[in-house]
Design a protein around this ligand. Structure first.
Ligand code: IPE
Ligand code: IPE
Ligand code: MG
Ligand code: MG
Ligand code: MG
Length: 287
């Protein structure tokens, strides 16, 4: 399947399920729900749900079992974006083509919308009735995963960390949730240990490629296409691949990570062509 068609199909089915989840949630303050929906349905790529569902497809030929996990991971990802944009963190005014959540609703509501997206995500995850999956996502989002990476990212501002330190920041702040997305889809589809191992490695390389390209787009992208500001990393003196090794070397390392990701897929043969295309797409993405 053509990669944009694949992404569009996974995105549509995730959104359908997300709307249903909100329809079932009654009695919450309308303004809180409004703030959550504002960010959640602002037009993200749904890259992580595509990984969850794509991994389930790859292993079992059907992704229905993975829909709640795809929704939960997108909710957690959206929380991370809302908080990432706050003045105390990256202080960014635009996200997903609109004023960021705190610009539209104020800081207090943005913080609470983020908090609520996480707790709601774990309520949704109980539908999987799979404690391994719930734990996997808690760890990937939390103290040894994304949250840890966000702390490392802030601590590395105005610093020039080593390349291996930077790789570790990226593996935590972005890689952990991407790795978990692939793993959780595979686990829910009853992957065998060899399949899970291969897909875990795929997710790790893909996560690195994803954040290197995010860093590159902050230098060469346009706010219109990205839906978020550009140039902020340099202004904030963030530790990024372009700031550490330059644009050309960053591109080479992104390509290398994509090639490593693709190499892990050989046990799946042709059935993994969609994931191969998804990895390639990272090198040409414009948002
Ligand atoms: C942006 O993620 C934040 C990172 C972890 C790099 P995405 O590029 O997936 O953002 P959306 O979901 O499409 O808005
Ligand atoms: C964010 O990295 C990673 C998250 C966990 C949200 P960035 O700070 O580079 O993401 P953008 O560029 O603001 O989307
Ligand atoms: Mg950040
Ligand atoms: Mg940011
Ligand atoms: Mg960025």
């Amino acid at each position: 399947m053509e990669i944009n068609a694949f992404l569009a199909e996974k995105s549509r089915r995730t959104d359908e399920a997300l709307y249903k989840i909100f329809d079932e949630w009654q009695g919450a303050p309308p303004r809180l729900i409004e703030a959550m929906k504002y960010s959640l349905f602002a037009g993200g790529k749904r890259f992580r749900p595509a990984l969850v569902l794509g991994a389930a497809d790859l292993v079992a030929g059907d992704d229905t079992c993975a829909i709640p996990a795809a929704c939960a991971i997108e909710m957690i990802h959206t929380y991370s974006l809302i908080h990432d944009d706050l003045p105390a963190m990256d202080n960014d005014d635009f996200r997903r083509g609109k004023p960021s959540c705190h610009r539209a609703f104020g800081e207090a509501l943005a913080i609470l919308a983020g908090d609520t997206l996480v707790t709601m995500a774990f309520a949704v995850l109980t539908r999987t009735e799979n404690l391994t999956v719930i734990r996997e996502i808690a760890e990937a989002a939390g103290v040894c995963g994304m949250a840890a990476g966000q702390v490392m990212d802030l601590e590395a501002e105005h610093q020039k960390p080593s390349l291996s330190r930077l790789q570790s920041i990226h593996a935590h702040k972005t890689g952990a949730l991407i790795r978990a997305s692939v793993r959780v889809g595979a686990i829910l589809a009853q992957a065998n240990p060899q399949q899970l191992d291969a897909l875990t490695q795929f997710g790790e390389h893909l996560g690195l490629a994803f954040q290197i390209t995010d860093d590159i787009l902050d230098v060469v992208g346009t706010p219109e296409k990205l839906g978020k500001p550009v140039g902020g990393d340099a202004t904030k003196e963030k530790a990024t691949y372009p700031s550490l090794v330059g644009l050309a070397e960053s591109r080479r390392l992104a390509r290398e990570a994509v090639e490593s990701a693709i190499a892990t897929l050989s046990p799946f043969g042709e059935r993994a062509d969609t994931f191969r295309a998804l990895a390639h797409y990272l090198l040409s993405r414009e948002n």
